[in-house]
Design a binder for this molecule. Structure first.
Ligand code: BEZ
Ligand code: FE
Length: 290
């Protein structure tokens, strides 16, 4: 039998967890135990603080379900989600950059036909978004699936509205010229959800709890790395203080203002509207690059 003391417990725990069968899980558990023990020693964690942390994580769990992803949000606000993106999503020069997925993506969105309106019946300034998806050598990519979602003008995603029908999200497939195009409303900056344990923690800080105006895209194509990205509005508030560290210079695009009249898809509008024209670039999966 092994008895431990303050000096030996870390080594004993590491040896015990070194029996983990899967090599990658063994590496992760070993490193996690080392860092957690180092952290407890460094801050000299008290028993009450340890209990408070356990209670806090319990609250994060209690408020979470398949739509309210409070653990993801917690990871987002401490920069952990974005660090994972930065490590895993290193893209070559010219390729579309990745950013956080966020907690509001919903699978199986409705089909968004070319040039149709993702925001039908929802208040806001009309915005036409179009462009192409290309590969690294500039060739148009047909059949790329674009999964698109955004918040409404109040900053709410469908996932935050109880029993909502599908809204402000859609799936569109690029045509033979790699083109996509859809109508929506111009997104606004919004606050992350502040009514749960993550909000309670944020309120103990001076951190601005807002994200700059953006639209989400998740792009997939066989043989290519999946791209999880946003387009941010140039000049938007909070671009330099994005609470989840997700804003990147190369993802900031102009939202061009137009007076009433004819839009690029031929639609005639009787009120001012905006357009975004943006080409995405995908890279082959790592195995195909080698
Ligand atoms: C979002 O952009 O939808 C989002 C990302 C991280 C945290 C909260 C919201
Ligand atoms: Fe968002």
């Amino acid at each position: 039998m092994t008895f431990v003391d303050e000096d030996t417990i870390t080594q004993v725990a590491l040896e015990r967890w070194a029996t983990t069968h899967d090599p990658r899980l063994r590496q992760i558990m070993g490193s996690l135990i080392q860092h957690v023990h180092d952290f407890i020693r460094e801050v000299e964690l008290t028993h009450d603080e340890w209990l408070a942390a356990a209670e806090y994580l319990t609250q994060v769990g209690h408020i979470s379900d398949d739509k309210r992803k409070e653990f993801v949000l917690l990871s987002d606000v401490i920069g952990a989600s974005m660090l994972v993106v930065l490590i895993n999503g290193r893209t070559p020069e010219g390729a579309t950059a990745n950013t956080v997925l966020g907690p509001f993506h919903i699978e199986d969105s409705p089909t968004l036909e070319r040039d149709s309106n993702m925001a039908a019946g929802i208040d806001g300034t009309p915005l036409y978004v179009s462009g192409t998806v290309r590969d690294k050598s500039g060739r148009a990519m047909a059949g790329v699936v674009l999964d698109i979602w955004q918040a409404d003008e109040a900053g709410d995603y469908e996932a935050q509205i109880p029993d909502s029908p599908p809204r402000l999200r859609g799936l569109q497939v690029t045509d033979n010229h790699g083109r996509y195009g859809f109508w929506t409303i111009s997104p606004k900056g919004y606050s992350i959800p502040m009514d749960g344990p993550v909000g309670a923690l944020m309120k103990k800080t001076d951190i601005p709890h807002f994200r700059p105006a953006h639209i989400h895209f998740l792009m997939s194509a066989p043989g290519h790395e999946t791209v999880v990205t946003h387009l941010f509005r140039e000049g938007a508030e909070y671009l330099d203080s994005d609470v989840v560290f997700g804003a990147k210079r190369e993802l900031v695009v102009p939202f061009i203002e137009h007076p009433p009249g004819k839009a690029p898809d031929g639609t005639v509008l009787d009120r001012p509207f905006l357009t975004i024209s943006h080409d995405f670039v995908m890279v082959p999966t790592t195995s195909e690059q080698e």
